[in-house]
Design a protein around this ligand. Structure first.
Ligand SMILES: O=C(O)[C@H](O)CO
Length: 378
């Protein structure tokens, strides 16, 4: 039996490497002689920098930059072979940096991402892998673009700032003071989702609520992103809002398109660096998982991508996640089985504290069940 274990991180409790190791221990406790290969995944969101730096042998650089709430924080990015910078948005303006009670798209900014980018340019980097997902912002990349020199004004001609609340006021923009070197840089933007900028599947309506947006705010931000998007499209003389991934990280995908970036699937980028497809081709079973699975899992998140690859080679993929919600029937179309690690009523805090033990037990249960079925078939 050859088993590939390719989970994403269980955000806030286990990194993808931790989760994969726990799953492996559980598998080996049932099938001590099977061959298990670990492929810790990421999809552009939290953990992608770590995963890429490990597989590409890069160096970590610490940097001071503006955090999502406007105060200065210590963050980090990666440099590979002296010229490619890997910048993870979630590590600079991500949900982990904003406590639940402070989550509000009005109060957050992606400004720090632009500052980190400039730091890498100063250090001689000319190509960039930008990882998007797990952001705390819904500013359409206004903050990031402002750090690079974009200017924006409200309808009374007053210059606006870099926060979400400023995006709501933008009536005019100018790229004339944009940092000179930007045109010669190459950007690959790894997105965790393939959503467009606006509309039903857009950044604000789908991902706004996890950033603290009320229903009313999601509608206001959807309209504001549409307007901001049109201003940028007019400057660029290009249609960008509908491009898959434009809605990643509160519209940062779109802002990078305005800098001439190409958007790619974050899961695909990580999978390619890990040679995942080849490993899956030769596997009997694939196990994946993440902190919380719902329909967003199908929009390009790591477990959905792992399932697509497994289905391509008719290898069953099992999903074991912290929790399952939404339309689980849609998940079941991709996965041979979907399981939550929660085995009795527990608070979110208890689940996160006990994630390792719960993941071990549920993985063991699933594998044990498979062993019984396998034995009966023989
Ligand atoms: O950051 C976000 O908004 C989501 O993870 C989608 O990219």
């Amino acid at each position: 039996m050859n088993i590939i274990i390719a989970p994403d991180s269980f955000k806030g409790s286990l990194t993808s490497i931790n989760a994969a190791t726990v799953m492996k221990d559980a598998v080996l406790s049932v099938f001590p002689n099977c061959h298990v290969e670990l492929k810790p995944m990421a999809d552009g969101g939290e953990g992608t920098l770590e995963s890429l730096l490990t597989s590409l042998n890069g160096e970590k650089v610490t940097v001071r930059c503006m955090g999502p709430l406007g105060d200065y924080i210590q963050s980090s990015y990666g440099i590979v072979k002296g010229k490619t910078a890997i910048i993870e948005g979630a590590n600079i303006a991500g949900l982990p940096q904003v406590p639940l009670e402070k989550r509000n798209p009005d109060l957050t900014t992606s400004y720090g991402i632009g500052e980190v980018l400039l730091d890498a340019v100063e250090k001689g980097c000319t190509s960039f892998i930008i990882c998007l997902g797990g952001s705390a912002t819904n500013d359409g990349g206004l903050g990031m673009l402002m750090a690079l020199g974009l200017k924006a004004w409200d309808e009374n001609g007053r210059e606006v700032g870099p926060f979400g609340s400023d995006l709501l006021k933008v009536a005019k923009i100018s790229f004339t003071e944009l940092h000179q070197n930007l045109t010669s840089l190459e950007f690959k933007v790894a997105c965790d989702v393939d959503n467009p900028l606006c509309g039903e599947r857009g950044a604000s309506r789908v991902f706004g609520p996890q950033k603290g947006a009320t229903k009313e705010q999601t509608i206001r931000y959807d309209n504001a992103l549409d307007k901001f998007g049109s201003l940028i499209e007019a400057e660029m003389n290009q249609e960008l809002k509908e491009i898959p991934g434009a809605g990643a990280a509160g519209g940062l995908g779109f802002a990078f398109l305005a800098l001439g970036a190409s958007l790619i699937s974050g899961a695909e980028l990580v999978a390619n660096t890990l040679n995942l497809e080849q490993a899956i081709k030769e596997a009997d079973l694939v196990i994946t998982g993440e902190g919380q699975s719902d329909e967003q899992t199908l929009y390009g998140k790591a477990p959905g991508f792992v399932a697509d690859l497994s289905n391509k080679y008719h290898v069953p993929a099992v999903l074991i996640s912290g929790s399952l919600s939404g339309n689980i029937d849609r998940l079941r179309k991709k996965f041979a089985g979907c399981f939550s690690i929660i085995n009795k009523p527990l608070t979110l805090e208890e689940c996160m504290d006990r994630a390792e033990e719960l993941l071990y037990e549920q993985t063991k249960q699933v594998i044990h069940f498979m062993k019984v079925i396998h034995g009966k078939r023989k």
